[in-house]
Design a protein around this ligand. Structure first.
Ligand SMILES: *[C@@H]1O[C@H](CO)[C@@H](O)[C@H](O)[C@H]1NC(C)=O
Ligand SMILES: *[C@@H]1O[C@H](CO)[C@@H](O)[C@H](O)[C@H]1NC(C)=O
Ligand SMILES: *[C@@H]1O[C@H](CO)[C@@H](O)[C@H](O)[C@H]1NC(C)=O
Length: 474
């Protein structure tokens, strides 16, 4: 379920700890649809935005394993990193897996298990010791079309070869016919890859990514969708955004400017069709989970590991709250989507949620402030007390009704019933007696993404699971 966490069917349980004040517009219950894949790209969108990328299977974060055809052994970074490369492993696992950082379609850095980069020393030996990549950590991957074979050219313009003593050196200059007798030929297994905002921007490069994303933003969701959402009886939209939106129109590389203007347009349409907007910070600086939908560069998760990183994230919230606080459509700011435990610690999350909450409150006393529970947390109630002290705070809990083939054949009613029966005890655990519950609920998964989008929605009710009865009316 990992890489597709955000765009599928899940439940959102929201406990709104309303202090004694009445709710502002839009009226409760809130029924919202998540406009996923719009301003934060994910690979599942059809038609694929990734198809035009040269070497589209070699994007940032792609994991490759190299097996020497002469040694019949996988290349490993000894000790997982910090030492030399060898080519004598009979099986491939973490130490035998290399993550790509893409410089361009043919040129890459190779990151190893321990997060060091593969590089070549002056004597030609190949080691994984650099903590950041420089010229000698840069490699050209030369493919043999049709066969999953590659040669790896180092910055010294010589190819890596697997020697008889299993060492790997960058000192092979001959041409190849890709045979099993060539020590510079490696059979390559692509273990996995990511398709998120980082990959699409860096995969195309700024110049080519700009028109592609601008076209996506202006065609994927259009005014007519807002009209349809409104006419269908929904009252709000949730819009995932990435942290780089706050530095529009010139975000740091590789991100592309323009998502802010699209969000402005979304607010205009929301106002026109009387819909609320939940702005959801889906991708935080450093990535709050290793998945592509948090715009992770290579599957790493570094959000929240420093005070500066948290402060930078709060700045994004401050920026967005300030920009949209005056809009009658600003329903809620969701401070962060799906931080993953234990990488996102409860301590840094609470620090961030407190500061982010205050940043929203500087600009709006009305907007709800939504705080995601941590994925994989051992205790789903860990934020209840904390959030309970903050007026108009909401806790977002995701329970999925997908990622299991069992759900493939479910009807809408079966989905709803599953939530009521199988998730009822989990939901009671995170629902306080005076709390509010919202279910972000699945309909069937459709081939057409538009249809899929339109079938995701949220409803909110006052009493525990009673809120879910609203679902059957949809
Ligand atoms: C890729 O980058 C390398 C190293 O900077 C450069 O030599 C090469 O020409 C580039 N290739 C393309 C296709 O841009
Ligand atoms: C692989 O080769 C290296 C270098 O010759 C050697 O130190 C290591 O013990 C070998 N490992 C295995 C599993 O054969
Ligand atoms: C869901 O709950 C029903 C009714 O209690 C039960 O029969 C079924 O096995 C449960 N399904 C799963 C996957 O837990």
């Amino acid at each position: 379920m990992r890489s597709r966490l955000s765009h599928c069917f899940w439940l959102l349980v929201a406990l709104c700890f309303l202090s004694r004040r009445a709710a502002a517009a839009p009226r409760l219950p809130v029924r919202a649809v998540n406009l996923g894949g719009w301003l934060v790209t994910e690979g599942w969108i059809l038609p694929s935005l990734f198809d035009g990328i040269p070497n589209k299977d070699l994007l940032d974060g792609t994991q490759l394993q190299f097996k020497s055809v002469t040694q019949n052994g996988y290349v490993a970074a000894e000790k997982g990193g910090g030492a030399g490369l060898v080519a004598n492993r009979s099986q491939a696992s973490g130490w035998e897996t290399f993550k790509l950082w893409r410089i361009n379609e043919t040129t890459f850095n190779l990151k190893v298990f321990g997060n060091q980069f593969v590089g070549v020393q002056s004597d030609g030996s190949v080691v994984a010791t650099a903590t950041s990549p420089g010229k000698s950590e840069t490699f050209r991957l030369v493919r043999n079309a049709g066969q999953n074979r590659m040669r790896i050219m180092a910055a010294n313009r010589l190819f890596l070869q697997a020697n008889k003593d299993s060492t790997v050196t960058a000192d092979y200059g001959k041409s190849t016919s890709w045979g099993d007798d060539d020590p510079s030929v490696f059979a390559v297994t692509r273990v996995t890859g990511l398709q998120g905002e980082y990959q699409i921007c860096n995969g195309y490069g700024t110049a080519k990514a700009t028109p592609i994303l601008k076209n996506h933003w202006s065609t994927y969701i259009v005014e007519d969708d807002f009209r349809f959402i409104s006419e269908s009886g929904l009252t709000a939209v949730r819009i995932p955004v990435g942290w780089w939106i706050a530095s529009d129109p010139s975000p740091p590389a590789p991100y592309i400017g323009g998502s802010l203007q699209t969000l402005d347009k979304a607010f205009k349409w929301a106002e026109e069709y009387n819909l609320g907007v939940i702005i959801d910070l889906h991708a935080a600086p450093g990535s709050q989970n290793p998945f592509e939908h948090s715009a992770s560069k290579d599957g790493s998760q570094d959000w929240g590991t420093s005070a500066a990183n948290i402060a930078q994230t709060v700045q994004v919230i401050d920026f967005l709250a300030s920009r949209y606080a005056a809009s009658p459509s600003l329903l809620a700011m969701e401070l962060l989507n799906e931080p993953l435990a234990p990488g996102a610690s409860l301590e840094s999350l609470k620090t961030y949620y407190r500061d982010g909450y205050n940043a929203v409150r500087k600009h709006s006393s009305e907007a709800y402030v939504i705080m995601s529970n941590r994925l994989s947390s051992p205790d789903p109630t860990e934020l209840l007390e904390f959030a309970g002290g903050l007026p108009r705070a909401v806790i977002d809990v995701h329970y999925y009704v997908l990622f299991n083939s069992m759900f493939d054949t479910f009807t809408v009613q079966q989905n709803i019933d599953f939530i009521k029966t199988n998730y009822s005890s989990a939901l009671s655990t995170v629902t306080k007696p005076n709390g509010w519950l919202s279910g972000r609920c699945p309909m069937q998964r459709r081939k057409s993404f538009k249809c899929l989008q339109m079938h995701r929605w949220m409803c909110m009710g006052r009493q525990h699971l009673d809120g879910l009865t609203g679902l059957s009316r949809m």
